[in-house]
Design a binder for this molecule. Structure first.
Ligand code: HEC
Ligand code: HEC
Length: 270
């Protein structure tokens, strides 16, 4: 019993920390939908849905004749986009059993519900792409030299994120942006830090970890360097990506092929 309570408490703490971090970001209805749609947000949205919404809409969200709650996995009647779904959840549908959510519920969590509902409506098999995944694979290993930095199914470099399952969590249009405009939205893990240590030697590497007192980087040869912040002479943060943009060096057709290949990367079904 005590163990369970402490696990729950940990979960609450980490959700709280996330909310704090995100609290500084723009929160207008137009902007926020795209901020809270990571797989993590979808998972939190699903958890909340199961607790608060499934008794009417069903665990699969496919609706329930007895309660009159509709299937919300397909086209919706009351909303045509994310902001519309947000408003239905926030305000309810007056005169029906669809009540507004608790007024105390933070917008963040409403967006996570939206992200979950959007994820239900999204069927990757129905997506038609221009490019050819086979040609994309050839470009990935050849002309694009993507595998020197990215690992797929255990093969490739470690200078960028593992892409083995990138197609599960990322939509084609976002894959295209990742290739043509890599500097947008670089996760802190991939920032470059230039640190001049107590000995006056400058070292450059990915930001592997950082807290109030210390910071760790990994250089290009995969060496880890750890510093106490008090001892450092200087630290520069480069929040741009180390990935080159392929806008221009690849034709439009080649970019489409790369996107088709990346989108095909998901867990093997068996
Ligand atoms: C007490 C039953 C009940 C609960 C609980 C409930 N709903 Fe509903 N919901 C309904 C009903 C009934 C409607 C249909 C209202 C109408 O349009 O006539 C509806 C409509 C909706 C719609 C709009 C569907 C469309 O086609 O436009 C969405 C989205 C939705 N609910 C999401 C949620 C979410 C998310 C939760 C949990 C926070 C939730 N509902 C909790 C009964 C419920
Ligand atoms: C010099 C190393 C390097 C090369 C070469 C490189 N990338 Fe990257 N890539 C990165 C890094 C670092 C990131 C993470 C930072 C960012 O988001 O840009 C990244 C991010 C990505 C992402 C986003 C991943 C995510 O989790 O959202 C995709 C998709 C991607 N790269 C595809 C490619 C493709 C396709 C190529 C070849 C055409 C390529 N990369 C070439 C280093 C590289």
């Amino acid at each position: 019993m005590r163990l369970q309570a402490s696990i729950l408490w940990k979960g609450l703490l980490s959700v709280g920390a996330l909310t704090l971090i995100l609290a500084g970001l723009p929160s207008s209805a137009e902007d926020a939908g795209t901020l809270y749609n990571t797989p993590y947000d979808v998972a939190l949205g699903e958890r909340y849905f199961e607790r608060q919404c499934s008794r009417c809409h069903g665990f699969d969200a496919k609706g329930n004749d007895e309660t009159g709650a509709p299937d919300i996995t397909g086209r919706l009647n009351r909303a045509s986009n994310e902001v519309g779904i947000f408003n239905v959840i926030r305000n309810g549908v007056p005169g029906t059993a669809m009540l507004p959510v608790d007024a105390e519920l933070p917008d963040t969590q409403v967006w996570q519900l939206v992200a979950y509902i959007e994820s239900l409506r999204y069927d990757p098999n129905s997506v038609q792409l221009e490019g050819s995944a086979d040609s994309g694979l050839a470009l990935f290993r050849g002309k694009g030299d993507c595998s020197s930095c990215h690992m797929v199914s255990g093969q490739g470099g470690r200078l960028g994120p593992d892409l083995s399952r990138i197609g599960e969590s990322t939509r084609p249009e976002d894959l295209m942006t990742a290739i043509t405009d890599p500097h947008e939205d670089v996760a802190p893990r991939w920032w470059t830090l230039e640190i001049t240590g107590p000995d006056g030697v400058e070292r450059t590497g990915f930001r592997m970890g950082e807290d109030s007192f210390s910071v760790r980087i990994m250089d290009n040869e995969s060496n880890l360097w750890s510093y106490q912040k008090d001892d450092i002479q200087s630290i520069d943060r480069i929040e741009r990506s180390t990935m080159p943009s392929y806008d221009g060096s690849m034709s439009e057709g080649e970019l489409d092929d790369l996107v088709a290949y990346l989108f095909s990367l998901r867990r093997e079904e068996n």
